[in-house]
Ligand binder design. Structure first.
Ligand code: SF4
Length: 311
């Protein structure tokens, strides 16, 4: 038993009683650390958490994830306090797309809709026509009445959507990528873990490079991977995404052998959230996420229309 177990349990009890006092819920992304997932009310991917944020009747939402996710929770819940325990926990992929880059592409492809991946900041989403997650991108884009679509900021997800929909998907910008999925789920990591586990099924996220998607048994978002584990059959699975998902998958399927392709595929920003800063945030009700009214209203209507299209 780890020496710090008692300390972690004490912090978790304190957090749960603060949640009661503040009428708060904790939403945690699948990539959060085990103790953050364990203390949360809901654990899921961006789409599931956006939906949980819409449904909750709590007065306070603590968002254990990166800042674009906390922004979405704040946009969908203007009447609630949304706390993001570490406001510097951002997403290096989201940094690839900004309003200036969008303008350049819109000028070059007039009339083509811009679909923003949810992994983008609110200033960027403000200029989008639709907003998708990796779980909803193919479904939504298939429904659009346009053959050329601007999509960003992840170039690998753009290629995946192009393959699945047969549409001309222009990556905005050309080189947007997530360092965790592009470099830490590499062919080297995949071949090594496959050699060690030849009977295991390989599931990867569409943010990995296309050539690594090709060798997988399944490609999908984190929630889709969790669902696919039951469908694919077998007892051993390798998850080609941030290592945190393996903990969630093992909790859901304790009878199966599930491991990350690379246990060092760690998103530093996701892991900036911990029990101590969640507790401090609940005590002080800071830092809160505030979005300017005009931006909030426009992005909310884009999000709602996008969610309606994939229902
Ligand atoms: S795993 Fe990649 S896409 Fe997800 S938050 Fe971290 S840097 Fe961004």
């Amino acid at each position: 038993m780890p020496k710090h177990k008692g300390y972690v349990e004490k912090l978790m009890t304190e957090i749960r009683s603060l949640c009661e006092k503040r009428k708060a819920v904790i939403l945690a992304h699948n990539y959060e650390s085990p103790e953050v997932q364990d203390v949360a009310d809901y654990v899921g991917d961006s789409l599931e958490l956006a939906r949980s944020a819409l449904k909750t009747d709590a007065e306070v939402i603590v968002f254990a994830g990166v800042s674009f996710m906390a922004e979405v929770a704040a946009i969908l819940n203007e009447d609630k306090i949304v706390l993001h325990p570490v406001k510097e926990a951002g997403c290096p992929l989201a940094d690839f797309m900004n309003p200036q880059i969008i303008k350049r592409f819109k000028d070059k492809y007039p009339g083509s809709p811009l679909v923003a991946y949810i992994n983008s900041y609110v200033e960027t989403k403000f200029h989008a026509d639709y907003i998708v997650t990796s779980a909803s991108a193919v479904k939504l884009i298939s429904k659009l009445d346009a053959d050329t679509i601007l999509f960003g900021p992840d170039k690998n997800l753009a290629l995946y959507v192009a393959k699945k929909t047969g549409k001309n998907i222009i990556a905005v910008p050309k080189n947007g990528h997530c360092y965790v999925h592009e470099y830490l789920i590499s062919r080297y990591h995949i071949e090594k873990v496959k050699d060690e586990n030849p009977t295991a099924k390989l599931l990867v996220h569409p943010e990995v490079l296309p050539e690594n998607q090709e060798v997988a048994d399944y490609v999908g978002s984190t929630s889709q991977m969790l669902a696919a584990i039951e469908r694919l059959g077998g007892r051993k699975f390798l998850l080609g995404t941030e290592e945190g998902l393996a903990y969630r998958a093992k909790r859901l399927h304790p009878d199966m052998e599930i491991m990350p392709v690379n246990p060092r595929a760690i998103c530093i920003d996701m892991k900036k959230i911990n029990l101590l800063n969640i507790k401090r945030s609940l005590e002080t009700l800071k830092p809160q996420v505030h979005i300017e009214k005009e931006v909030r209203e426009k992005v909310r209507s884009i999000l709602e229309e996008s969610l309606r299209l994939i229902r």
